[in-house]
Design a protein. Structure first.
Length: 248
């Protein structure tokens, strides 16, 4: 019986799945598979959650839209795990808040503060540190460096609000060493860790392009990259994720 939202069965997705939030970006990633988009198999289009399976340099790989926010990511990851996904890489954007983090640069999240409601619902209020798979983070960092990038590596905060009116929104989290805000990573890391603890061979990581920066002087609206520049930066990030994700 197919999954409720992904309409997929075991074997429809490769063990390696890239997770962009944007369905257009999922199609973009699939176009980089061997043979291009025409050679990729569309696994899902239900509710606009586009998913494709193909190969990259001969290695089976899938891409699946996660949607925007932790609740949507939780649905997608729960169903991917049920059909056999093992290596999950979020490929998205973030708002930089750490000192020295600039637009167009890359953040690789070692962990994610669970400021979102979905992860906290899973945890029932228990303290917990959603953490990436070390080997997968290392592969992303090493691949980024081989591509001439110097990624920022550290903690992000997963939040529910893009437009947060609190005056100390960025300063509070910056003072705690958080590099960036984003909206999906904590629940991805929690679900992957839960599956791993239950005996499944599951690993997760997030690689993020800095689309904007937030500070006491700058807002997201003022700093958000023009789309052509954002796409150029995302091109690098996608390539890194594909290479690192499909490495043996």
């Amino acid at each position: 019986m197919p999954q409720i939202h992904l309409r997929a069965n075991a074997g429809d997705y490769a063990p390696i799945v890239l997770l962009p939030g944007d369905p257009n970006r999922a199609t973009w990633i699939a176009s980089k598979f061997d043979g291009g988009l025409a050679a990729a198999r569309r696994v899902n289009d239900h509710r606009g959650l586009l998913g494709y399976t193909g190969t990259y340099k001969g290695v089976a790989v899938s891409v699946q839209t996660s949607g925007m926010g932790a609740p949507s990511m939780s649905i997608v990851v729960e169903e991917l795990l049920r059909v056999g996904a093992e290596r999950l890489i979020r490929v998205g954007t973030c708002g930089g808040i750490g000192r020295g983090v600039n637009t167009g640069e890359i953040v690789i999240a070692t962990s994610a503060a669970a400021v979102d409601g979905a992860t906290r619902t899973y945890l029932h209020g228990d303290p917990y540190a959603p953490t990436a798979d070390f080997a997968l983070v290392r592969a992303l960092v090493e691949t980024a460096e081989k591509h001439g990038q110097k990624p920022h590596v550290g903690q992000v905060a997963t939040v529910d609000l893009f437009y947060n009116p609190d005056t100390d929104y960025s300063s509070k989290w910056r003072s705690r060493g958080v590099l960036a805000f984003e909206m999906e990573t904590s629940v991805l890391y929690y679900l992957a860790s839960r599956a791993h603890a239950a005996g499944a061979k599951v690993a997760a990581a997030s690689i993020l392009t800095v689309s904007d920066v937030l500070s006491e002087e700058t807002t997201s609206e003022e700093s958000y990259l023009p789309l052509d520049e954002l796409n150029q930066s995302m091109e690098r990030t996608i390539e890194i994720a594909l290479v690192a994700g499909t490495a043996s």
